[in-house]
Design a protein around this ligand. Sequence first.
Ligand code: THU
Length: 135
Amino acid sequence: MGIEVYGELINAAVSARNNAYIPYSGFAVGAAVLTEDGNIYSGCNIENSSYGATVCAERTAIFKAVSEGETGISAIAVCGGPKSIGIEQYCMPCGICRQVLAEFAAKDAQVIVARSLDDYKVFAIDELLPCAFKL
Ligand code: THU
């Protein structure tokens, strides 16, 4: 997978982050997945006054792809940080999102955790969720 694809995914994640609905935490996250069919779906975190109903940006993006019939994910980019400050940190996917990603990730899927277009880390899903539960 080329560096141009990383750039496209990071741009999509950064742009989706602008739509984060975060009245409770103020922490804005954006994500974008590349499907095996070559399409990009992006998503943001969407909070709820019943906090447990909050959905992370990664799952928003993944579920958008799956609900369009695309169940193979070859890469995901994630970026996040406090709305007031910006993308100051490497925003690692939470445990629930790692489990959801493991369900749909292609064998060699890449997880790109980005601070900017030229500052990112790339992980394999197995690295982030070793010994994943599968039925
Ligand atoms: N959040 C994500 O969107 N993705 C993650 O992987 C970690 C956490 C969101 C959920 C909540 O809206 C905010 O970040 C603070 O936890």
